[in-house]
Design a protein around this ligand. Structure first.
Ligand code: NAD
Length: 363
């Protein structure tokens, strides 16, 4: 099949890691008989350098016209980069926010998976995690809730008072719940919906709508969990989770907690989706300006983001499995970039890792 993929190489290590992900995608296309064409899109610092703004209308239109977009990280060193002398609305991050908004990316997916070979880096004891490790995905609502509610600060009875509001309507809850259940159908068919329904009205509505959505997915087991309990369970028994579905702020906090227990930020992919199949896929880490151009960046988070793109936007599950399997095999065979290497372990550069994985994908 033919697909058009937008490619945002980004800043810092972005072009290095995206280059390796494209190499791996080409290997998958070759093995499975697809044609991927790439549309290069500028965003962030690289767009400022060329156009004077972090994103142009043309770039937004180009992204919209693709089946999905793969992105490296954007941004630079805030202390030294000239991009940060610009007013906030003209800095690299403003381009990404504008892109997310223009594409209506309301669902943020963050997988947290423990690789057997990287268990030593996991801060949770092996006897707590169990022999199986863990493999979960957090589905976070990204465009509603507390971060987007009305807010104001003022004096009430002579005392400074600040107000933030947490609002969700049933349509916002329904569309993110549908994403979570669709994803669960491609996994172990369990959804844990996380809320604070013992206190918040918005959480009680959340629960009601999620239960309604669940009726259309009889194969999926739904459980509800209070957010404070979920924060404990993540470090106490992480292997119980498959898909965690939650609202914006709870998801922000829980996804960072989940990523920490994997012990390896250079391995974590992410996706932001809208209500079509379209998504923007990027590593969870930043543009690492401190190691840009040195050829040592870990490309695995971006390669795994490309695998997510195949699975969730292009419906190419076999191809995604092949990439994820190749990453696992590379780790099993001892290939490590410096950020995930143990003391005294041999390390490989960015390009070598990309070549190895592309080779494994070709089979
Ligand atoms: P960072 O994630 O870029 O780097 C933190 C540390 O992790 C650094 O030591 C870096 O060398 C290391 N690191 C990160 N990714 C790595 C990889 N793939 N391989 C090996 N080591 C890796 O975070 P930061 O330094 O706080 O931010 C740098 C820039 O990235 C900033 O401009 C920030 O705004 C931007 N940023 C962008 C995104 C995004 O594009 N979505 C996300 C986070 C940060």
């Amino acid at each position: 099949m033919d697909f058009k993929i937008g490619v945002i190489r980004g800043d810092g290590i972005g072009p290095e890691i995206v280059g390796e992900a494209v190499k791996v995608l080409d290997a998958a296309a070759e093995r499975f008989g697809h044609k991927f064409s790439y549309d290069e899109i500028l965003l962030g610092g690289s767009s400022i350098d060329v156009h004077g703004v972090p994103v142009t209308d043309e770039a937004l239109a180009a992204a919209k016209a693709c089946d999905a977009v793969l992105m490296g990280s954007i941004g630079g060193d805030a202390a030294t980069s000239p991009w940060y002398k610009l007013e906030p609305s003209k800095r690299p991050e403003a381009g990404l926010l504008k892109m997310r908004k223009a594409l209506n990316l309301f669902a943020n997916l963050r997988p947290a998976y423990l690789y057997n070979e990287l268990k030593a880096a996991c801060p949770v004891k092996e006897e707590v995690i169990g022999p199986e490790g863990f493999d979960m995905i957090i589905v976070r609502e990204l465009t509603g809730g507390l971060y987007f509610g009305e807010r104001h600060t003022g004096e009430v009875d002579g005392v400074m008072t600040a107000v933030d509001t947490l609002t969700y309507n049933e349509e916002e809850i329904r569309r993110i719940a549908l994403k979570a259940f669709d994803i669960a159908m491609k996994r172990r068919k369990k959804v844990t919906s996380v809320d604070k329904a013992n206190v918040l009205d918005s959480s009680r509505l959340w629960r009601k709508v999620v239960e309604d959505v669940a009726k259309a997915y009889p194969e999926v087991t739904l459980e509800h969990m209070l957010v404070d309990n979920c924060a404990m369970q993540l470090v106490n028994n992480p292997s119980q989770f498959d898909v965690i579905l939650t609202e914006n702020m709870f998801g922000d906090i829980l996804s960072d907690e989940a990523s920490m227990i994997t012990g390896s930020i250079g391995m974590l992919s992410s996706a932001s989706l809208n209500d079509t199949k379209f998504g923007l896929y990027e590593p969870s880490h930043g543009s690492a300006p401190d190691i840009a151009g040195k050829g040592i960046a870990n490309p695995l988070a971006t390669i795994l983001s490309a695998a997510m793109m195949l699975r969730y936007s292009l419906d190419l599950d076999r191809e995604a499995d092949a990439i994820e399997g190749a990453v696992k095999r590379a780790l099993e065979e001892g290939y490590r970039t410096v950020d995930i290497a143990g003391k005294g372990e041999k390390t490989s550069g960015t390009t070598e890792i990309g070549d190895i994985i592309a080779g494994f994908v070709r089979g």
